[in-house]
Design a protein around this ligand. Structure first.
Ligand SMILES: Cc1cc2nc3c(=O)[nH]c(=O)nc-3n(C[C@H](O)[C@H](O)[C@H](O)COP(=O)(O)OP(=O)(O)OC[C@H]3O[C@@H](n4cnc5c(N)ncnc54)[C@H](O)[C@@H]3O)c2cc1C
Length: 519
């Protein structure tokens, strides 16, 4: 993942790409892998860092979507359960099975939810993650020691997947590159080249040098999530907007609020959504909300009512009641829901993906969910092959191992998130004593990981490391601020930057991180 080398290549090969993919989130990465593995020439351009948008702000579940079952959307659940199974098989270093418990506070809830979850098991077929079962009150309390016990009748245990979203993006981009794709972060597309009323390429620039690139391609794919309408505008001014952004926020608490290895799933909140309390490393993740919003931003901000909503619901189901000061980090993301004339509330809008071919030949892929990004990629390339007269090539991504894939990631101990890269990373760490230095006394993150992120994972800023290569900003924003200076120093050395850069990086990161601190 050497940015300088790729930019040099781009200066030489500025035309004849088969596909340019705009957007380096789950969707764009899924499309790039699909196209590259079919042997096409692919270039992916991301305006900020890979995963900066919605894809680093998810609930971190690889799931069939129990909620969609409740809504009767069987085809979506079937597809997602299938994709869940494939992701676990292809990226086991980042995806693992997780037990969820639906607490029952009325007797009728036990058979009611147990039946629904049995159907969920059946729909998963051979991709089932575990058998759901009814738990007694004492068993429920043993699995969830901090659950509110008043009126508790028992619970239903079922299984889904949990993953690290931002790290999976990096490994997916690496996978695409290993199959011949090129991918660049910090290269926004500012214009589409339209000739004879057909999109023929893009104008983009490198944020670091300001250098402009005019790049031509047979097909341009818009995989920009909530930004999809703005890219459509570049080819067809005045095009009908299709995105209805819906904000979801998460609160991160200390693990003492949810000790143990099981998550809690509340099937119906006051506004009819599901709510999760999930163990996430040494923390508890509470989320999420579904708030229609007008403005689209790379850094969406939580609304106070959303925070109150989550704190109130968490307090209802947990013995240890969280309050504002317990929030270690808070983050918001925007769902790229596709507009429908019928639905009034965003929670009822389908999470299925949509593919659209504009009059100028721009392919837009949007909607969907993290879990289904491989299928979105497959559908997009099938669609593009048909629409642009390519001879159809078979998809090979069902069994494609994602970069770092390791069957027993626990063998890599504290470096397990790196999968098979852990061996090389360990050698790097051992090459200099200072690389073993911890960046914060309480956290298992060391200096060598920063060096690794710069050299092999295209990290360019302090934020790239503290927010996405490692997840400190999302898990404990205050601690991430304390680490920023050291991270800036190491990065400056690796990137050949001076002390002004270091000061500016620390300042920028600290300003950003303030938005992840609540209260
Ligand atoms: C709160 C929340 C919780 C969720 N939880 C889950 C979950 O647990 N499981 C699940 O399966 N799904 C979940 N989802 C859904 C999932 O996160 C999204 O469907 C997915 O991340 C969308 O990915 P994307 O690539 O389409 O969009 P993004 O991740 O937003 O990627 C689009 C990228 O395009 C880039 N871009 C925009 N304009 C340009 C330009 N002009 N030039 C270059 N680049 C550009 C942006 O910077 C951005 O990085 C959740 C969503 C939300 C909001």
């Amino acid at each position: 993942m050497n940015r300088t080398d790729i930019l040099k290549k781009l200066a030489v090969k500025s035309d004849n790409w088969d596909f340019i993919v705009i957007g380096g989130g789950a969707t764009g990465a899924g499309v790039a892998i699909e196209a590259a593995t079919r042997g096409y020439g692919v270039l992916l351009l991301e305006q900020h860092d890979f995963g900066k948008g919605t894809s680093s702000r998810s609930t971190k579940l690889i799931h069939g979507g129990v909620r969609y079952l409740q809504q009767g959307n069987i085809s979506l659940v079937l597809e997602a359960l299938h994709e869940r199974g494939l992701l676990l098989a292809n990226a086991p270093h980042l995806v693992h099975k997780l037990g969820f418990i639906v607490p029952a506070y009325h007797w009728w809830q036990l058979p009611f939810y147990a039946t629904g979850l049995k159907i969920y098991d059946l729909l998963a077929g051979r991709y089932r993650f575990g058998r759901s079962k009814i738990l007694s009150k004492s068993q429920t309390m043993a699995h969830l020691p901090t659950i509110e016990q008043k009126n508790l009748k028992g619970g239903i245990l079922y299984f889904d997947g949990q993953f690290d979203d931002a790290r999976l993006i990096i490994n997916m981009i690496q996978t695409a590159q290993e199959h011949g794709a090129e991918a660049l972060n910090y290269v926004p597309v500012t214009k589409l080249i339209v000739q004879n009323n057909l999109v023929r390429g893009v104008l983009a620039h490198d944020v670091e040098t300001g250098k402009e690139y005019e790049i031509r391609s047979k097909v341009v794919i818009n995989a920009t999530g909530v930004f999809a309408d703005s890219v459509c505008e570049m080819s067809e001014p005045g095009c009908t907007p299709m995105i209805r952004p819906s904000q979801g926020i998460h609160l991160v608490l200390d693990k003492s609020f949810l000790p143990g290895d099981f998550a809690m799933m509340i099937p119906k909140t006051d506004d009819g959504r599901v709510l999760f309390a999930i163990p996430w490393d040494n923390y508890a993740l509470i989320g999420t909300t579904d708030t229609p919003v007008e403005s689209i931003d790379l850094e969406p901000r939580p609304i106070e009512a959303e925070v109150d909503f989550l704190l109130q619901h968490a307090a209802r189901y947990l013995m240890k009641k969280p309050v504002e000061k317990d929030v270690l980090s808070i983050f918001a993301g925007l769902r790229p829901l596709v507009k429908s004339t019928k639905e009034k509330s965003t929670k009822s809008i389908s999470r299925e993906h949509s593919l659209l071919l504009s009059q100028t030949g721009l392919v837009t892929i949007t909607g969907g969910k993290w879990t289904t990004c491989r299928k979105m990629g497959e559908d997009t390339i099938n669609f593009a092959e048909k629409s642009f007269g390519y001879r159809s090539r078979a998809s090979v991504t069902h069994k494609l191992k994602i970069h770092g894939s390791a069957d027993n990631p626990v063998d890599y101990h504290e470096l397990s998130i790196y999968g098979t890269d852990a061996d090389s990373l360990r050698r790097l760490i051992e090459s200099k004593p200072e690389y073993s230095q911890k960046l914060h006394d309480d956290l298992p993150i060391i200096a060598g990981e920063v060096v690794w992120a710069v050299r092999y994972e295209m990290a360019r800023t302090v934020e790239d490391f503290l927010a996405r290569r490692r997840r400190v900003l999302f898990q404990d924003a205050r601690k991430s601020i304390l680490m920023a200076k050291k991270v800036a120093e190491i990065m400056a050395q690796e990137l050949g930057q001076d002390s002004n850069w270091m000061i500016e990086q620390e300042r920028e990161f600290t300003t950003l991180a303030q938005n992840y601190i609540y209260g």
